[in-house]
Design a protein around this ligand. Structure first.
Ligand code: DON
Length: 309
């Protein structure tokens, strides 16, 4: 794939410089106490293209809490393990509601709208707890395999911190269980969920992992198919329509790529057939997505002309 003479490094430098001195809008997440400690001025970006080239600036090698970005990895594993049966328990429609909303579950008989809102991610977590003897080890093994980096790990302090204030997520899993859409104990599902959210990865690590979603399910330089083309199409489609909760329309409108955010301030976006790109800036907008991250990706697709639209 040619990049039509687009100089990604020059464009990334330009983005970094454009935003360097601008006042930062948004607030660092504080409902998970450990996340509140992360300095608000962290800022980095890493782009990995399908020619195997890396481009970056700023704090792109520093690991941070990936939070909801982990939902793309758990969905990938669940799709591998149970296939289309998954869609009997979770939908594929945007919710138009905040990531942690419980309200739609009542009218929808406990079937979450999609796998990227918390309710859907809890059902996906339940599927993994049911299908692996050690689901946490299986998730790490998947990440180690697709990145080739065995140092990627959970942050137990962040997991414990989220658990200590996790009243809403406890309510959610109990509520799902009352509809019969959770097989395992509430504690086991949440232990897995809090750990998946606590995984520490850098922008570089995340772009390296997400390149499989730009490369038909294969890692770079290998023919081994971790996910089928059909699975990748669906995972990307869900990122496009549901990856930013009640801001999915805005992200599509401004950036025009499938992507996924986390309350640690990370956003990963994928250009199928071109690149995976990650940006990290902790202050979040009112919808829980990195404010500077969204602005930076808007500049990337505007300056390169590479969106999917
Ligand atoms: O469940 C939670 O509240 C967090 N562990 C994850 C939320 C999150 O990252 C939402 N995304 N923007």
């Amino acid at each position: 794939m040619t990049s039509h003479n687009v100089d990604y490094q020059k464009i990334l430098n330009q983005i970094g410089q454009e935003f360097a001195d601008k006042p930062r809008s948004g607030k660092v997440a504080s409902y998970i106490p450990e996340l509140a400690k992360v300095p608000a001025d962290k800022y980095g970006m890493h782009l990995y293209d399908l020619n195997g080239n890396n481009y970056c600036f700023g704090d792109s090698n520093e690991r941070f809490s990936i939070q909801s970005i982990s939902k793309v990895f758990t969905l990938s594993l669940a799709m591998k393990v149970v296939g289309d049966q998954l869609w009997n328990r979770v939908g594929v429609e945007p919710s138009g509601d905040p990531f942690n909303s419980l309200s739609q579950l009542e009218n929808d008989s406990g079937i979450p709208r999609n796998p990227y809102i918390n309710a859907g991610a809890m059902v996906v977590a339940d599927v993994l707890v049911s299908n692996f003897t050690n689901p946490k080890a299986a998730l790490l093994a998947f990440l180690h395999e697709i990145t080739g980096d065995t140092s990627i790990d959970f942050d137990p302090v962040v997991a414990a911190s989220e658990r200590s204030e996790g009243y809403r997520n406890y309510a959610m899993v109990n509520y799902l269980k009352s509809f019969g859409n959770i097989e395992n104990s509430v504690e086991d599902v949440l232990d897995f969920y809090f750990h998946q959210c606590s995984i520490s990865m850098s922008c570089r690590d995340l772009s390296n992992a997400f390149i499989i979603f730009a490369n038909d399910g294969k890692v770079m330089g290998s023919d081994r198919e971790f996910l089928t083309g059909r699975q990748v199409k669906r995972i990307n489609a869900l990122m496009q329509t549901c990856g930013f909760y009640d801001e999915a329309g805005e992200f599509s409108f401004e950036v025009g790529l499938p992507g996924k955010s986390g309350v640690g301030g990370g956003i990963v976006a994928v250009h199928p057939e071109r690149f995976a790109v990650t940006v990290w800036s902790p202050p979040l907008n009112p919808k829980g997505n990195s404010a500077l991250g969204m602005a930076s990706l808007e500049r990337l697709t505007t300056l390169t002309g590479f969106s999917i639209f």
